[in-house]
Every structure is written in C-alpha cells, then in structure tokens.
Design a protein around this ligand. Structure first.
Ligand code: SF4
Length: 283
C-alpha cells in the first residue's frame, strides 16, 4: 500500500454534514496499517462463550473497534466545541444538508439572532430567511422556534447545560420527549457537544457497516440499532471510547464500506464480514 494514498469521495450523512469541513477527527488514514491489521490471525468467534460474556462487550464488536482504531487513529479529536443547545439546533439544520450549507446557515442564524431568545421571538419568515441555504428551511424554521419555546417552557431558560447533571439515559429521554427528536439526535447532543457524555450516535454509515458485519440483523432499524450496538460495548468505556466507536464506523462507511460497491478488497474487516462475498459481487 505504499505510494500515493487514495482519495475517496465523501457521502453526506447527517452527522458528517454537521462537521466543519476539514475538522473531522482522526487525521490521515493509516492505509498501511489497514493491511497490517488484516494480516493478523483471524479471531475465532464464539459469542455465547464464557469469554465473550465476561469480556464486558461483544467479542466481534471489540475486534472491529480495535482494528478500525488502528486505521483511523484513536482517540479521535472531538469535531465540535458547541454547547448542547447549539449542537441540537445544528443537528436540525444539518439534516439532509451538505456540510458547508448547514455550517453557513448556523453562522447566519447566530449573526442575525445573537441570542437564542431572539430566535424564539422571531418571525418564522426571518428565521427561514437566515437558514435559506439548508434543505427544507420552511420546515426547519418553525421546528427550531417551537423547540426553543418548548425548552424554555420546561426549563425556564434557553440552555441544555443542566443535562450534564443527569445520567445519560435520563438526559436522552428528556430530549426525546420533544417531537422530532429521536435517539440519533439525542445521542449526538450528548456525545458531540461540550457535554461530552457517554452516548453512541448511529448515523446511516455506522448503521450500514454494523448490519453488513452482522453486529445487528440486516432488518434492524436505526432506532433499535442505538440500543443494540451500545449494549455490545463495555459499560466501563468512557465517553471518548464511545465517540471513537461511532466515528471510526462512520468513517469506515464513508471511506471503504460504501453504500454502493463497498471496497471489500481493501477492507481490514473482510475476514470477519459475512457480507463481504455478496458485497464484492454487487455490480
Ligand atoms: S468486507 Fe465489505 S461489506 Fe464487509 S465491512 Fe468491509 S467493506 Fe463492508
């Protein structure tokens, strides 16, 4: 794998879109390390074995994590320095929207309305105008204003910093009580924001790789995947460990395990993956 490192196109998942360009964690890929990792003796899995049950995690999930961490260089630097409320608004703006456009819209919104109270009291048309560059601004503008009003009504202020005093499960349940906030967004707010709490977001790339590897069933949806994949990781893992797990699976989905024509021939997980042969035969 010597010589020039390949450049791969970036798909625009919900979470990837929320990252400032050029600030995605992990730095340069260790493509040479990919081959080193694959050269290891393939582990023999018995997921019902006492070893698997006492290891504090799913054996396959741990091997996947270890190999991908070598490629993408864990620990991954946190890409966001936003407070949790800003991260929540950013997540809404980034849905189905390209990185540059959602970042520009977030900045435009903050420039036009320096305080979140200003957004809560603004005309929908003015909010929509500020975020015009994102997909569906006519839907996102009223949603953002309603969400801010709902948070203010429940908290008495426009801040989510108090979530730091809750257990992660409690904080996620609090967020998910609002219409339109699901497990992906609640986990992203806890993990990506300055809260830096233990949570495992699962975006579309992470979800696809997990299904192909057999970590979860092929028909398991995104919401239940959050519960199943988190349960496979040791309860002793830190917020950084869980963040790394999400990031490396997301990046592997973007760089190697593409939605169309996954590059199984250069995948460090090929000897573990029940989908490899099928995926390589796809036209
Ligand atoms: S072997 Fe192929 S299908 Fe399996 S994880 Fe790697 S790229 Fe994806």
């Amino acid at each position: 794998m010597g010589g020039t490192r390949p450049v791969f196109p970036r798909s625009r998942g919900h979470f990837a879109a929320s990252r400032p360009q050029g600030e995605r964690g992990g730095g340069e890929r260790d493509w040479a390390g990919m081959w080193d990792a694959r050269a290891e003796t393939p582990p023999q899995f018995n997921l019902s074995s006492p070893q698997a049950e006492t290891s504090g995690g799913n054996e396959l999930a741990l091997v996947v994590h270890s190999r991908l961490c070598r490629v993408y260089k864990c620990p991954i630097a946190y890409f966001s320095q936003r407070d949790p409320l800003s991260e929540l608004v950013s997540a809404i703006l980034s849905h189905r929207t390209r990185n540059a456009a959602s970042g520009t819209a977030f900045k435009a919104l903050r420039a036009r309305f320096p305080a979140w109270e200003d957004v809560m009291g603004a005309d929908i048309a003015a909010i929509e105008s500020a975020i015009a560059g994102v997909t569906w601004p006519e839907m996102k503008a009223p949603r953002i204003r309603a969400l801010l009003a709902g948070i203010h009504a429940r908290v008495g202020a426009l801040s989510l910093d108090f979530l730091a005093d809750m257990a992660p499960e409690e904080a996620r349940a609090w967020l998910e009580a609002f219409p339109g906030i699901g497990p992906k967004t609640s986990a992203a707010v806890l993990s990506f924001s300055t809260l830096r709490m233990r949570a495992l977001p699962v975006d579309s790339h992470h979800h696809r790789v997990a299904r192909r590897l057999g970590l979860i069933g092929l028909k398991v949806g995104l919401a239940p995947a959050h519960i199943l994949l988190l349960a496979q990781l040791p309860s002793s893992w830190t917020a950084q460990d869980l963040y790394d797990n999400h990031e490396i699976l997301m990046m592997h989905g973007q760089d190697v395990c593409h939605h169309n024509r996954p590059a199984c021939g250069r995948c460090v997980l090929v000897d573990l993956c029940p989908s490899a042969v099928t995926a390589m035969r796809e036209p």
